[in-house]
Design a protein around this ligand. Sequence first.
Ligand SMILES: Nc1ncnc2c1ncn2[C@@H]1O[C@H](COP(=O)(O)OP(=O)(O)OP(=O)(O)O)[C@@H](O)[C@H]1O
Length: 270
Amino acid sequence: MEELRQATNNFDMDNTIGHGSHGTVYTGLIKDMPVVIKREWCSPQPRFLDEVHTNKKLVSYIQHKNLVNLLGYCCDDENQSLVFEYMVNGSVRDYLESSDLTFKKRISIALDAAKGLLHLHNLDPPVQHKRFTASKVLLDANLNAKVSDGAMLGLLQASDIHLANPRGGSEETIDVYSFGLFLLELITCQNPGLLQSDYEVLQWNIPAETFTRPSFQAYLIITSECLEYPPINRPKMDVVVTELETIYLNVISENHEVSLGSELFNITIE
Ligand SMILES: Nc1ncnc2c1ncn2[C@@H]1O[C@H](COP(=O)(O)OP(=O)(O)OP(=O)(O)O)[C@@H](O)[C@H]1O
């Protein structure tokens, strides 16, 4: 705990980078490495901490390049502090507010996030995220995306501490539905949770020159499949990953054609 106090200047407000429903998020340096410390993520859960402590293998099992990895934990009488890798560009939700991303970059973010969720679903036993949103997808310096809280939830579920299911429905399909909402937010830059009615018209918000109709249509199709009712009709995350990979490859080849076209055009003008 002393190390965390030093890293955050005794949990100084100046070191705060965010607030979640479970507590405050601080940044700090531990052994010269930038980290994020979530304090009071939930009240201390001895079974969870036992699990982390006794089952180091489980911790590495849950790690993945598209999950924000848990680096450490600390618990005192009143608080629980969890240490994570620092994702310098923050959450996709915040990032979308301030930046124009190309369609290709958005697909690559979607693909990274889908792979993070798929890793959780492929664990044995499978782990459901259940609270997946654009604020749970974080971006590193190169805009690679990682799903946050996944490793945490994996450990909680492994230690048999079950979280409430906020949306109802069958567990396997809740993450897929949430992922569909995330895909919608990625192109509209609007938080679907804040829409006033089911019929509110959404407008996408992508630089027009960065996408073509077929790829965009394919994106809308996989989005609507993720949001299907009844839930049993939704695709599994491995299908979503494959679809997004195909769209990504198509976007790369479309970009190539566009640049080839503009080169030919330049030659004609000369
Ligand atoms: N590892 C991290 N690296 C960088 N920023 C982070 C990291 N973890 C969290 N944050 C920032 O802190 C904010 C709060 O995160 P947190 O996960 O506690 O809450 P939330 O996802 O916003 O909401 P809730 O957990 O209440 O549903 C995030 O939106 C993000 O901006």
